[in-house]
Design a protein around this ligand. Structure first.
Ligand SMILES: *Cc1c(COP(=O)(O)O)cnc(C)c1O
Length: 463
């Protein structure tokens, strides 16, 4: 199994190489050369299996020679052992034909734990074998950074540096990043906003001398291994609701398009997912693009679902690559246009291809709050604001012929202010992390300056 870049210029890599590299050197994203197929009888055989066994069967064809069966099984077992729910991704019924897939039972209370916990284990195995060391640098608006730190804390051969915008993450998110005591964890509060963090991260990756000197590795949502880990819960959810014998629709609260792209891969493997519905908040570049064909950045407007406040949806490039018949040159041209002019127009043919799979909807702040309130009243389920965006869009897309699954991407206690404002109820942290507010914090304030950041990374590395 080889992985190729969406821009067609970088060398093909193995699964482990693509995982350790993150971004391709031509600026593109790695995708599998071909998508392995899972026949209907193999999908049917997943019914009733533990989450870990489904994970092994779904991911195995993608990992090629990079890991032995035993290594992959062990990594999966270790990754999900710390989850607070035996089902890992349990389904809850919200109403007739509408189900919620709860993805927030991991250690940092957001779905990003599914992928990050697994790649923490896989990095560990790959690095122990090669003897290499890597420096992970990530930028976060909150959830990715906390999940990455939780996954890599204390692991050998890895330092993890996380840049977050000073003063702009929730207190729970900040404490999840600043309270781990392990020496290989470095929480950096940057003087700037999330876009500044992301820009500095990109600059570090484009400084090839620095990149090679510190063994820079990326674990942001464009890392293919993260996408792969997220394919699994589409299988467990759809099979529980009758796949492969009937089709299931899914609505996904979307920011960087990583989570929903995993659903697209599940569909390409043969899982009968009918519609994949993109749910956005007021930062609706994807909804506008799927509606009009024009992909155009506007400024980010802060919302009560901050993990979806994005300008440029990185993983959308992977969907475009397929929609353009896997023409790397065409994708490179679109991305060049985006960089130069702030937008591009998707060709009619590609747009039609995308629309055959993806629906979309956009939700206002008022609608988000109303959905949190109404869902609590109707079902007793307390939604986080991101999940509420999903539920609101899903309600408008439910079809009589297929059950709808909405992905619940974070625990309400991760965004207690928004939930309390909507319902009057302040959601409590799960008991296993109830002491989060008592643990001492450790954080370094950093200027929005590349040279200073690179110097700091050099100096603080534990290797
Ligand atoms: C990251 C995140 C999202 C968006 O996921 P993408 O893969 O970027 O589309 C949605 N909700 C929550 C809570 C998140 O942390």
């Amino acid at each position: 199994m080889r992985y190729v870049s969406t821009r067609g210029e970088a060398p093909a890599l193995t699964f482990a190489e693509a995982m350790l590299t993150g971004l391709a050197r031509d600026g593109g994203l790695y995708v599998p050369e071909t998508v392995p197929q899972m026949p209907a009888e193999e999908i049917a055989a997943l019914a009733g299996l533990p989450y870990e066994e489904v994970a092994f069967r779904v991911m195995r064809p993608f990992t090629g020679d990079s890991f032995s069966d035993d290594e992959l099984r062990q990594a999966i077992a270790a990754a999900y052992a710390g989850f607070g729910h035996a089902a890992r991704a349990p389904l809850v019924q919200l109403g007739s034909g509408h189900f919620l897939c709860e993805l927030f039972h991991g250690p940092t209370l957001a779905f990003k734990d599914f992928a990050m916990q697994l790649i923490g284990q896989l990095f560990q195995i790959a690095l122990a074998r090669s003897g290499d060391r890597v420096t992970i640098v990530g930028a976060t608006s909150g959830d990715t950074g906390s999940a990455a730190i939780e996954a890599f804390r204390g692991l050998a051969n890895v330092d993890v540096f996380i840049l977050f915008p000073h003063g702009r993450v929730s207190e729970v998110q900040r404490r999840q990043m600043t309270t781990p005591a392990e020496a290989n964890v470095h929480a950096l509060a940057l003087d700037g906003d999330f876009d500044d963090c992301q820009a500095k991260l990109k600059d570090m990756f484009n400084d090839f001398a620095f990149r090679d000197a510190v063994g820079l590795a990326g674990v942001n949502s464009i890392n293919w291994a993260r996408v792969l880990a997220q394919v699994v819960y589409y299988f467990t959810a759809a099979v529980a609701l009758g796949a492969p014998h009937r089709a299931v629709d899914v609505t996904v609260p979307t920011g960087n398009f990583g989570d929903i792209f995993a659903g697209y891969i599940a569909r390409r493997m043969g899982l009968p997912l009918g519609r994949l519905v993109v749910a956005t908040n007021q930062n609706d570049i994807l909804h506008r693009c799927l509606t009009t064909g024009r992909y155009e950045t506007e400024g980010v407007t802060p919302s009560i679902s901050p993990s979806m406040d994005i300008q440029v949806s990185s993983n959308f490039e992977r969907a475009l690559f397929d929609a353009y018949g896997r023409d790397g040159r065409a994708v490179a041209q679109l991305m060049g246009e985006l960089k130069a002019t702030g937008g591009f127009t998707v060709s009619q043919g590609a747009l039609q291809t995308l629309r055959e799979v993806f629906g979309s909807g956009r939700v206002s702040e008022d609608e988000t709050r109303a959905t949190i309130r109404d869902t609590l009243a109707a079902t007793g389920e307390l939604l986080c604001p991101h999940s509420a965006v999903g539920v609101c869009v899903a309600n408008a897309h439910i079809r009589p012929e297929a059950p709808m699954v909405t992905l619940a991407t974070a625990h309400p206690a991760k965004f207690p202010d928004a939930v309390e404002a909507a319902t009057g109820i302040r959601p409590a942290l799960p008991a296993r992390m109830a002491d989060l507010f008592d643990r001492p914090e450790r954080v370094t304030r950093v200027p929005n300056d590349l040279a200073a950041l690179e110097a700091l990374v050099h100096e603080r590395r534990t290797a």
